[in-house]
Design a protein around this ligand. Sequence first.
Ligand SMILES: N[C@@H](CCC(=O)OP(=O)(O)O)C(=O)O
Length: 407
Amino acid sequence: MIHKNQQNNHRPNKTSLTIVVKVGTTSICDEETHFPLLSNLSLLVESVLKLKQNGHRVVIVTSAAVGTGLRRLNMAEKPSKLAARQAVAAVGQGRLMALYDDLFGQFHQPVAQLLLTKNDLADRSQYLNAVSCLEELLDMSVVPIVNENDTISTQGIRFGDNDTLSAITAGMIKADYLFLLTDVDCLYTDNPRTNPDAKPVDICDDISALRSKVSISTSGSSLGTGGMETKLVAADLATAAGVTTIITHGAKPFNMLKIIQGDAITDNADQKKHDIPLNTRFVAKNNPLLDHKWWILHGLHTAGVIVVDDGAARAVTSTLRSSLFAAGIVEVKGSFVAQQAVQIVVRKTINGKLTDMVIGKGLVNYTSIEISRIKRCKSHEIADVLGYVDAECVINRDNLVRVVNDA
Ligand SMILES: N[C@@H](CCC(=O)OP(=O)(O)O)C(=O)O
């Protein structure tokens, strides 16, 4: 954690910003009746319009298809059967968009619907198409409204929660800010509803260190899927892509304007005079991952695991940033084809127990069966073993993302 007066270096300082706003179900639907919280939604729409009037580009990532569908179908609870949940989301998504379109329509503001699954982004050309479509909509001054495509999302191709989806969206368009609007003002050191000593967390530049200092509730609302934990995961993902991430209250969306205005004031004394509402800021990394590497790390499904020896682990993670060669591979887990993404792990004994430590992720040049056959081989031996050579290394350094500090 760092102090407020160190914030100056950590603020986006452009006049036209790209902003992703994630709105959770609890900010849109009443938790018991599931009726829409129209005042919250109207304030959100007015805040987004104000941001646009100030010259910024805004994308909304919205939850509440399921909540809206439950209301429409007069159902009390989210059904446990997957197909039924998907059907409820299909009913709700249309009505949710109709609500946004109605509210923005009062101000002649066009909106667009984008429904994504993890699978859509796993193919590089589809990922780039989704980026181009978002950019085009922003250039047309449309407000894109993104949700997970719940009706076809099943385990494996799901983002699982819209916090993660919003971080992916923010990374895709290299947003300046990601606002995670939720049902509390900010992250606290403990649950403020049960612990009166819980303190607000102002600012954080090291999410792993923060995790050891705060007690995070993992569960979200009865309708949504996220909670504080998924917000930390989202913040980790977005800040790695260079996006300043802020948690603030969903019932007070005008906070976004105040926070951005506060950031535009460079003088700390003047900033103190400015009424900046409670929020938690996650500082964007100074050396964000290159787009291609960020996509490998977060856009691609992990199809298998390659276990490497200590020497290979050192070569890959050191300043040499070496490619991964067959000679350093000790084991292959899972079944995958060339150009799929795999995790790279090294086996360490921690507290007397053998533990696989993740050191990276990368796109392989060979299938899992081929890598099992060439493991421990020198590069010049690959042709003899396989009968052909596609590449002299198993993962090229340009397709290899180290999990720690890669840029
Ligand atoms: N895609 C789902 C929401 C999933 C989700 O992450 O919900 P939340 O925790 O309320 O942000 C829906 O539209 O109902």
